[in-house]
Design a protein around this ligand. Sequence first.
Ligand SMILES: [Zn+2]
Length: 100
Amino acid sequence: MNCSSCGAEVTVGAVYCSACGRRVGAPSPHPDRVEALADEASRAARDMVRAAAKFSRLAIDKAEQAARDPPGTAKRAVDRAVAELKNAKAEIDKALKDLE
Ligand SMILES: [Zn+2]
């Protein structure tokens, strides 16, 4: 067998290449394991986006409550915050749709 780094002939069963010192024949992850990890990662992504969607709804509710009757400039600031929150929520909803 040959070293995967430098190509030198290495003894069968050797852990390190005697020519370059790199680890030879490091086991590559099993495809099933890789798939399981990928599934786990996409589940985590979905959970994350769902949580973000929930919190963006809460944030919009709070901002809208605050926007009900504040004085002039504060009202504009709150309106802007509500608009930004709605944009963020739209992006989160889109991400959630793409994931499902
Ligand atoms: Zn080598």
